[in-house]
Design a protein around this ligand. Structure first.
Ligand code: GTP
Ligand code: MG
Length: 220
């Protein structure tokens, strides 16, 4: 009887848990974003916005009415990107965070036709493109929903989200390194002020549920 009751109790109180992986170049704003998401889901809480470059990982589980989201924030520095792939097979969604102030005008066709990569004009656009392509091409990310966040939209010198969508994300997806078909979206946000963070979380929650036949959740 005890075991039956315990089983019913556990069944009634358990929820599906989905894992979300935050990726992007160093300084893109991944840790700041995680802090905002944590603060928004805590009863009392101010985000800790004094981040330092991540070496290793930060992980946090947030509780939503119908599910848990376990969010993995990994270091984006060049030397740490090799570690990302060990998270791919078990994640249910990927967020690719872009620093919208460090990608020139966000137009990869112009970058390609310019020949030389002139840093001051294109910022880290080329690096950002190669890193995103690597993620999309990896077999373990096949079919995983991908949210691209055009971060730092609070800054005056940012590239607006439509340009990032048209000039960068769409072109990468349509290119030969665009990888498999997947659910994807580009949204603006400011991890620093919190603008757009809620919309991002909503999108992630809906997509991990839609995709759960391909990537089933863990019961917790
Ligand atoms: N203005 C502005 N600054 C931001 C925003 N998001 C992050 N930053 C700043 O960008 C810097 C880097 O932010 P982090 O969150 O540490 O970046 P990260 O992607 O975690 O970097 P790594 O851990 O090295 O991969 C910090 O100085 C943040 O305050 C934003 O939306 N707007
Ligand atoms: Mg970080």
């Amino acid at each position: 009887m005890y075991h039956l009751m315990k089983g019913i109790y556990l069944y009634a109180t358990s929820k599906e848990e989905f894992s979300v992986l935050l990726l992007g170049l160093d300084n893109a704003g991944k840790t700041t974003l995680l802090e905002q998401i944590k603060a928004a889901h805590a009863t009392h809480g101010h985000p800790n916005l004094k981040t330092v470059p991540t070496v290793g990982q930060n992980v946090s589980t947030i509780t939503r009415p119908d599910l848990y989201l376990k969010i993995w924030d990994v270091g984006g520095q060049h030397s740490l990107r090799g570690l990302w792939q060990k998270y791919y097979a078990s994640c249910h969604a990927i967020v690719f965070v872009i620093d919208s102030t460090d990608i020139g005008d966000g137009d990869i066709m112009r970058l390609a036709s310019s020949g030389a990569v002139r840093d001051e004009e294109f910022g880290r656009l080329n690096e950002c493109q190669m890193v995103l392509e690597d993620v999309l091409q990896h077999e373990d990310t096949e079919g995983v929903p991908l949210l691209v966040l055009a971060n730092k939209q609070d800054r005056e010198d940012c590239v607006e989200v439509v340009r990032i969508k048209e000039g960068f994300v769409r072109k990468v997806f349509e290119g030969e390194k665009g990888g498999s078909v997947r659910d994807s979206r580009v949204l603006p946000c400011s991890a620093l002020t919190g603008t757009g963070v809620q919309e991002a979380v909503e999108w992630l929650c809906s997509r991990v549920k839609w995709n759960k036949e391909s990537r089933p959740p863990v019961m917790r």
